[in-house]
Design a protein around this ligand. Structure first.
Ligand code: HEM
Length: 406
């Protein structure tokens, strides 16, 4: 890693400067986690500064990440991302709101994700999983990202909000552009595409609520008054993007783990009752979301003062994989038994993921159905696993082969 000291803000010491592009850390295409851990294992301070993407801090040690993430007094969510312009254009509700404004909107959104609705949709998740698995079972392998991971969670989300599943491929592309932009769309174009798509659904559900998730949320008053059209658009936009990319990424990393660890695969096949605990542990191990915050007042941390206006990047994986926070963190132990709020996969504090229950249920169903119906599998040694870094790190190719003679 070379060091860039040109244009250094006066309060940033040269020993804290790294040349690190969160969209392209060296080696991330082969191993997203190793690329990030190189930053944590670098001797020296925990708070580092990179001039890339407009210049921002990166918190690289678990305790600092956890503390800053929970500090909604000093750090605002309004910025959304280090991607220039993204926060200003998207204006997500509730993700970009700060307390106390955030509270009534969050309450309404949580109502939409209440556990009875998650339980009610489980049979549909099972049906989608079984249909996809049936389409792959007669073959000798598959490319898991395109042929499974990208299909199931998006279909489920679209079903939840009452939107036709034929739109999946187009929406998948929008999700990837948000979290791992390739420059083919401007931020404004991306937002417009999402709004154009959602407009008829948002307007009709505001006017005449149905049984879908958007309707449930929009029926909950905000401090005693109805949602405005602008607020409804911003919330639906948030849920659309929140549901598109994150589960795709997580199910990919989990399947890759099982493909590379025949012993873990065999244990779950032999004892499916272990699957829920295994999912919890795999979700800890393969956290890949990073969030951005802007300082709204000076914050003392790690022997320095972050100045008002600074942007801070908080990578969940560097909390979950820090040996000072978790024992042997890179090892997957199905009996670790951690409370999922202790790690950062789903965030910390006021903005902790509202889709956590839905995501966990989908992942448990996928493992149950896949392991019950598919032969043992491994990564095809003739093809490369590929990953891509970004605000949600993900696999872009997982070539799987079923074991010979299985
Ligand atoms: C494994 C899958 C998922 C992961 C790893 C994940 C991760 C996260 C993280 C880290 C946050 C905190 C963001 C912050 O502090 O700035 C968050 C918030 C959020 N997530 Fe998820 N998420 C997942 C699935 C979902 C799903 C399926 C949905 C919706 C369908 C969703 C909707 C949201 C929303 C709306 C928020 C904002 C909550 C608030 O601001 O109060 N997420 N998620």
């Amino acid at each position: 890693m070379t060091t860039l000291v040109a244009d250094l803000p006066p309060h940033v010491d040269a020993d804290r400067v790294v040349d690190f592009d969160i969209y392209a850390p060296p080696g991330a295409e082969q191993d997203f986690f190793a690329a990030w851990l190189a930053l944590q294992r670098r001797p020296g301070p925990a708070m580092l500064w990179t001039a890339r993407n407009g210049g921002h801090w990166i918190a690289t040690r678990g305790e600092v990440i956890r503390t800053l993430w929970a500090d909604t007094e000093s750090l605002s969510s309004a910025v959304l991302s280090v991607t220039p312009g993204l926060g200003t254009v998207m204006q997500f509700i509730p993700l970009q709101q700060d307390p106390p404004e955030h509270k009534p909107f969050r309450k309404a959104v949580m109502r939409g994700f209440a556990s009875q609705f998650i339980v009610a949709i489980e049979p549909q998740v099972i049906d989608v999983a079984r249909a996809l698995i049936a389409s792959l079972a007669g073959r000798d392998g598959c490319e898991f990202v395109a042929e499974f991971a990208e299909i199931l969670p998006i279909n489920i989300f679209l079903t939840l909000i009452g939107v036709p599943t034929e739109d999946r491929a187009m929406l998948r592309e929008l999700g990837a552009q948000l979290t791992r932009p390739d420059g083919s769309m401007t931020v404004a174009q991306l937002c417009q595409a999402a709004d154009d798509y959602l407009a008829p659904y948002v307007e009709s559900r505001l006017a005449q609520p149905g049984e879908d998730m958007f309707s449930r949320i929009l029926s909950v008053p905000i401090d005693g008054r109805p949602w405005t059209l602008d607020e409804a658009r911003r919330m639906c936009r948030n849920l659309l993007f929140g549901g598109l990319d994150t589960v795709v990424a997580m199910v990919g990393f989990i399947m890759l783990h099982l493909a590379r660890h025949a012993d873990d695969q065999a244990r779950l096949r032999a004892d499916p009752a272990l699957i829920p605990a295994a999912v919890d542990e795999l979700m800890r191990r393969y956290a890949s979301v990073s969030v951005s915050r802007n300082c709204v007042r000076d914050v003392a941390v790690d022997g320095i003062v972050l100045k008002t206006g600074d942007i801070v990047y908080l990578p969940s994986m560097l909390h979950n994989l820090d040996p000072d926070c978790f024992d042997a963190p890179d090892v997957v132990r199905f009996d670790r038994g951690l409370n999922p709020t202790r790690h950062s996969t789903m965030g910390q504090g006021a903005h902790r993921c509202v889709g956590a229950g839905l995501a966990r249920m989908e992942l448990v169903v996928v493992l149950r159905e896949w392991l019950a119906r598919m032969p043992p599998f491994h990564v095809d040694p003739a093809q490369a696993v590929r990953m891509k870094a970004g605000n949600v790190g993900a696999c872009t190719a997982i070539p799987l082969r079923w074991d010979a003679g299985a």
